[in-house]
Design a protein around this ligand. Structure first.
Ligand SMILES: NC(=O)c1ccc[n+]([C@@H]2O[C@H](COP(=O)([O-])OP(=O)(O)OC[C@H]3O[C@@H](n4cnc5c(N)ncnc54)[C@H](OP(=O)(O)O)[C@@H]3O)[C@@H](O)[C@H]2O)c1
Length: 288
């Protein structure tokens, strides 16, 4: 049984990875910034360590005694700094395997800012000499919950994805793959996996959500500039505005549209469909 450190422990993907690792006898350690926000993790038997990846001194000792670590950073301009800090601490402590959450299409010449920053961290990890695995998930279905209010109040979903087919993935499937890799990392050493669901258009998404909530839901396309404006109005910073502008522009043009079989290859079951996601989150979309 391994001692596994998970960063971003109370975030969406990491908490699903923790769920997938339950009951196997591993010692799980979660990095959090604020333990008050992590009561649910303690209930799952996760030991908490407090630190901030932006502050090297708070994470220098984090990797001592760790066999495998899960590296996840929130999107933002300091993500490469945070990853570099974690990698340095892991290297000094002699971590045996690192599993990193990157993003679909991460590359130095990718058309999206967030993907280029992920590429910096992927490249640093690949050159570290530490055995690694990199997961590159596609657009999270859970992003669609941004439309929960308009679905509930007006029966509409706005998006700048146009008519593009996007192989969105449920975060629960990303977590399930992460758990499998963290539990048996040697089999995945040196591998980079792109994780997707089946491709869907926003018209199909709206139809699945409508079916799940029991009323018609209409997809209303909006220009990318409209999305950026909404993010700005909600207080989104420059990084968030540029990131979303880049992602919607690229996806609407068909960037990274091909699905992969990786979720099934690693977990043994098909990724969740958009219909399954919509049914499971129907309450969040306003189903009475
Ligand atoms: N959304 C998508 O469609 C998509 C697709 C592919 C890849 N991704 C990638 O997925 C990652 C985000 O995953 P997620 O959605 O699970 O994130 P999330 O739910 O926003 O959680 C982020 C976690 O990181 C922690 N965190 C933030 N800043 C930190 C710091 N300075 N030091 C230590 N911990 C810190 C947060 O802790 P607090 O609770 O203390 O804030 C939180 O637990 C990003 O790398 C993104 O690029 C996203």
């Amino acid at each position: 049984m391994a001692t596994i450190l998970l960063t971003g422990a109370n975030g969406k993907v990491s908490s699903e990875a923790i769920r997938g690792l339950q009951g196997q006898g591993h010692r799980l350690i979660g990095l959090v910034r604020d333990p008050a926000k992590a009561k649910g993790l303690e209930a799952l038997g996760v030991e908490l360590k407090v630190g901030d990846l932006e502050k090297l001194r708070t994470v220098e000792a984090l990797f001592e005694g760790i066999d495998v670590a899960w590296l996840l950073t929130a999107p933002g301009p300091t993500a490469p700094l945070q990853e570099s800090n974690a990698l340095w601490a892991a290297r000094r402590a002699g971590a045996k395997h690192l599993v990193r959450l990157s993003a679909v299409g991460a590359a130095h010449d990718a058309p999206t800012l967030n993907s280029r920053l992920h590429a910096l961290s992927d490249t640093e990890l690949m050159g570290s000499g530490i055995p690694f695995t990199i997961l590159k998930p596609h657009f999270f279905m859970q992003n669609l919950l941004m439309s929960a209010r308009t679905v509930a109040e007006q029966g509409v979903m706005h998006s700048a994805l146009g008519d593009a087919k996007v192989p969105m993935i449920d975060v629960r499937d990303v977590g399930a793959v992460a758990a499998k890799v963290l539990a048996a990392p040697a089999a995945h050493a040196g591998k980079t996996y792109t994780l997707t669901g089946a491709p869907v258009t926003m018209t199909q998404v709206a139809s699945a959500v409508g079916e799940a909530v029991g009323k018609p839901v209409k997809y209303m396309p909006v220009p990318v500039a409209g999305v950026v404006e909404s993010i700005a109005k909600m207080g989104g910073d420059d990084y968030q505005q540029v990131s979303m502008r880049d992602y919607f522009t690229a996806y609407a043009r068909g960037w990274m549209a091909d699905p992969t079989s990786t979720v099934k290859d690693i977990t043994g079951r098909d990724p969740r469909s958009i219909a399954e996601f919509a049914r499971d989150f129907a309450g969040a979309f306003g189903k009475k």
